[in-house]
Write a protein that binds this ligand. Sequence first.
Ligand code: NAP
Length: 317
Amino acid sequence: MEIRNVIILGSGPAGYTAGIYTARALLKPLILAGIQPGGQLMLTTEVENFPGFPDGIMGPDLMDYMRRQAERFGAEIIYENAVDVEIGNPLEKIPFKVKTDTGKEFLSWTLIVATGASAKMLGLESETKLVGRGVSTCATCDGAFFKNKRVVVIGGGDSAMEEALFLTRFASEVKIIHRRDKLRASPIMQERAFKNPKISFIWNSVVVDILDAEKGKVEAVVLKNTVTGEISKVQTDGIFIAIGHKPNTDFLKGKIDLDDQGYIVTKNGTTETSVPGIFAAGDVQDKKYRQAITAAGSGCMAALDAQRFLENLGISH
Ligand code: NAP
């Protein structure tokens, strides 16, 4: 089997940027882009903070540009998920083996892991039963189903504000339910949410149940007040969960150092991981910044780190 120079796992801003840089270094990268390529920006509308787009850009368009830029320089893209990695030791001429969800296998001297993060759920049984039946983690995907309906958004960060603001295009009212009495979101997003007449807030409250799983549709959320313990019910037609993300590293457990939340541990400001030859970029190793631009920046760093590692192995293209 051919041994590749570099395989990039993931196709968000980190993965595609690593693809652009390694392709331009003539390393002929293979990007395993996943069955839903493009990462989290595919689920957003307008991106206003990616430098170079003074009038904003739609998330999916930005990802399409990045993909085309990587392909232009010769990156090969396969739309499959990596499900297993056999750890090699390139320093002793043993390559890494990556398996995909269709059973294909690829060998490589280096890996750049940029598999990102996925939306966290509340962990309720009723929530699992009602996903896709009124419970969603993506307003841009599902918001249009809630025209003139009532929705709630769970969370107090930027994602929750963004989801709520987007939902005001369709819904008759949007209630943001937050477990504290202060938002975590950035001041500009808070201000937009506070100013929007369709948005109201329910503070100090957690969702303890979603009704009605038996009927197969969302009718209400049952809330517990975190200060008084009081239980209440809020009628709603839809629930958007925006409480943060979990890194996509299950397939690497026990093979590479992960922190207690599952993020890949990188060394001293580089993208090096605990395994020589494996580099990590983007949200899969970043719980602090988590921006498209920081992901893209770390994708560039991973490409340069991989390039230098290959040079030390005597591989230049
Ligand atoms: P986040 O900042 O971690 O916020 C998660 C929110 O959900 C917090 O308010 C948290 O409450 C709440 N939460 C967490 N677990 C919960 C649970 N089990 N039950 C109820 N509430 C829970 O996540 P995020 O909003 O997804 O943002 C992630 C990063 O992306 C941030 O750096 C953000 O700035 C960035 N982002 C930026 C934009 C933008 O610039 N337009 C848009 C989206 C995201 P506590 O506050 O009490 O912890």
